[in-house]
Write a protein that binds this ligand. Structure first.
Ligand code: FAD
Length: 603
């Protein structure tokens, strides 16, 4: 079987760079150690090899679709739903009492990476079920938990998140799906939701939709949104399932992730759809953010994993494809010589290194963010928890966006390596290229993530999150500076951080003058700049660990493995980090071109 991800790189980041076994000191994770984490990931790799990777292409060729009022998906979804319940893939981070394994989020992210690299269409089916169950556990009544969660944890019922409506995508304040109170404590639900992932199929006997709804008379905007459980089938006292007037109106046909159904749901067409309130009225969006934040990291991980699989496919091709000859001294070529493999052409090596720099940099950032998530929940003191929570908050939009945007760029380079074959369906690059495109769109577009970063996270608590992140980066710079070979890279990152600070200070003036639209007008460029620095931080961290291992003769991995990490860091600092200078020019440019009133009549 072709290699689609690398377990050594995964272990290196988890164990050597982030030392996730530090979590096992915390009471919640005391049953685990590094060895048990490794064993778990090995077993997931075996499952992914056997069940997920072999159907990756097949699922694309036989996409999920709507036929005779039903959603048809690939039969592997049945295997997956059953196995995910049996093997504990649904809600692995949950408490033991509700059927979870009390695993750290960072290990859940690592498991997701293995599975998503094998097949990026499949894990969503159970990941969303887990996310929906978690919302019920966190905010629902005991009755709701008892009624829905056990079957969701078994993989017998699916779960979804229902936010989007035709007129309300990025702007959730405009949702109109409505609820009216019934005497029995339930509500009547009416409305429609579009683009609902995993919203219906034949391999789950019920679907538990977590739906954002406006209760009649609720305040306008996001302050009037409540969260409801709306099942496809109601559960009678004797356990029988009866239809709940949730109609599946269709399945969106997509350019990528075609094996993953994307449904259109209509609630209460016959005025007979019941929903049950989760938590308090009008707090729905706040609750949903728990699922959305988790899903944002998961989307970033799916992007990084899809790009990982693409990297391995193009690397294999580059090693096997003979074409052309090396350029000899004096610029000549010896045509008598056999063709060289394309991996020996500097331009192909540049593209491969770009892929590796993006995917491993993304992975390191994603695992770092998940580790902060665990520490924000389980650290001993309140101060520590707040510290890690702020870091999680500021990194989440970047962890979603960088892998989605730059993962696509890296796959594009991978496709280029295959030449004309990259464009053909005989090779998987074109599928990876199509599949990754959605990542910058759902769970908040890049534009929306960038507004969140610059408009909210950077300024939150008077810049506290930003200061904490800067401190983390300075810590890495200091450590790297203790190694002669890394000093110049540490210095470069220090200068880059100053460039970021200067650009931010420039922008903040607009906010202080009350020109908020101007302040965030180029938020996406700011996102690119800050992401670039954050990924450089992760690479410097990885290179420092690799350098130390080489100097101490650590043989956990080969010397070549460690050297390659350092080379990739150097690549990142030579080819990618300098892009912040161009971003700074744009951010500090005096021309104001995109605000409608300033440049009227442009379009
Ligand atoms: C395959 C797929 C699966 C999905 N799964 C789910 C799901 O399971 N559950 C769910 O609820 N939804 C789901 N979605 C919906 C998805 O989250 C939305 O499509 C996304 O949030 C964007 O909303 P929209 O499509 O209405 O685009 P719009 O909000 O109309 O955005 C269009 C463009 O305008 C920009 N824009 C919008 N508002 C602003 C602003 N204020 N400032 C700057 N730029 C702005 C956007 O960045 C974007 O470029 C899914 C979508 C797809 C395609």
């Amino acid at each position: 079987m072709a290699e689609y991800m690398n377990m050594d790189t995964l272990r290196f980041i988890l164990n050597d760079v982030l030392d996730v076994s530090q979590l096992c000191e915390l009471p919640r994770f005391k049953d685990y150690d590094q060895e048990s984490f490794n064993m778990l990931l090995d077993s997931i790799k075996a499952f992914a090899d056997k069940e997920m990777y072999p159907v990756f292409k097949e699922m694309d060729e036989n996409p999920a679709r709507y036929e005779d009022g039903k959603i048809v998906v690939h039969p592997v979804v049945k295997t997956l739903m059953k196995a995910s319940g049996k093997n504990g893939y649904i809600g692995p981070t949950f408490d033991y009492e509700v059927g979870g394994m009390q695993l750290p989020h960072v290990i859940e992210s690592a498991s997701a990476h293995v599975m998503q690299s094998a097949n990026n269409s499949l894990p969503g089916y159970f990941a969303l079920t887990g996310g929906a169950a978690n919302l019920i556990i966190s905010y629902g009544s005991q009755e709701l938990i008892d009624r829905y969660v056990p079957n969701m944890m078994k993989g017998a019922w699916g779960g979804t998140m229902c936010l989007t409506e035709p007129q309300a995508g990025s702007s959730l304040s405009d949702i109109t799906t409505s609820a009216t109170r019934n005497e029995d404590g339930s509500f009547n639900i009416t409305g429609q939701k579009i683009f609902i992932s995993g919203g219906d199929h034949e391999y789950a006997s019920n679907f538990v939709h977590l739906v954002l709804v406006r209760i009649e008379g609720a305040p306008a905007g996001t302050k009037g949104i409540s969260l409801f459980v709306v099942p496809k089938f109601r559960i009678a006292e004797n356990g029988d399932l009866t239809p709940n007037d949730v109609i599946t109106a269709g399945d969106f046909q997509k350019m990528g992730q075609r094996g993953y159904c994307t449904t259109h749901l209509v609630f209460g067409e016959n005025n007979n759809c019941k929903g049950w309130l989760v938590g308090a009225e009008n707090k729905g969006l706040k609750y949903m953010f728990q699922m959305m934040n988790g899903a944002r990291i998961d989307v970033g991980m799916t992007a990084a994993s899809t790009a990982t699989a693409a990297y391995h496919a193009s690397l294999q091709y580059a090693k096997e494809r003979p074409q052309g000859r090396r350029i000899l001294a004096g610029g000549k070529k010896n045509v008598e010589q056999e063709q060289t493999f394309i991996i020996n052409h500097p331009d192909v090596r540049r593209m491969l290194l770009l892929q590796r720099a993006v995917v491993e940099g993304s992975l390191s950032l994603l695992f770092q963010t998940s580790l902060y998530h665990d520490l924000s929940k389980e650290s001993g003191s309140e101060d520590e928890r707040e510290h890690y929570h702020d870091l999680l908050e500021i990194l989440t939009p970047i962890a979603k966006t960088y892998p989605s945007e730059m993962g696509r760029v890296s796959i594009n380079n991978g496709l280029q390596i295959l030449g004309g074959y990259g464009f053909c369906t005989d090779f998987p690059l074109e599928q990876y290229y199509r599949d990754i495109r959605i990542m910058a769109l759902y769970e908040g577009t890049t534009g929306i993530q960038s507004l969140d970063l610059l408009g909210r996270k950077v300024t939150m608590k008077n810049g506290a999150a930003m200061r904490r992140l800067t401190k983390e980066i300075i810590g890495t710079i200091k450590e790297a500076s203790t190694y002669d070979d890394l000093k110049k890279y540490a210095e470069t990152l220090k200068e880059a951080s100053k460039t970021l600070e200067a650009s931010l200070m420039h922008l903040l003036q607009f906010a202080m003058e009350g020109q908020h639209e101007r302040y965030v007008a180029d938020a996406t460029i700011f996102m690119e700049m800050m992401s670039n620095i954050v990924i450089a931080w992760q690479w410097l961290k990885m290179a420092t660990v690799a350098k130390k291992a080489l100097l101490t003769g650590d043989e956990t991995y080969t010397a070549n493995f460690y050297e390659n990490k350092i080379t990739t860091m150097q690549f990142y600092f030579k080819y990618e980090l300098p892009k912040i200078s161009a971003a700074q020019v744009t951010l500090m440019h005096e021309d104001n071109l995109t605000i409608p009133e300033v440049k009227e009549g442009v379009f």
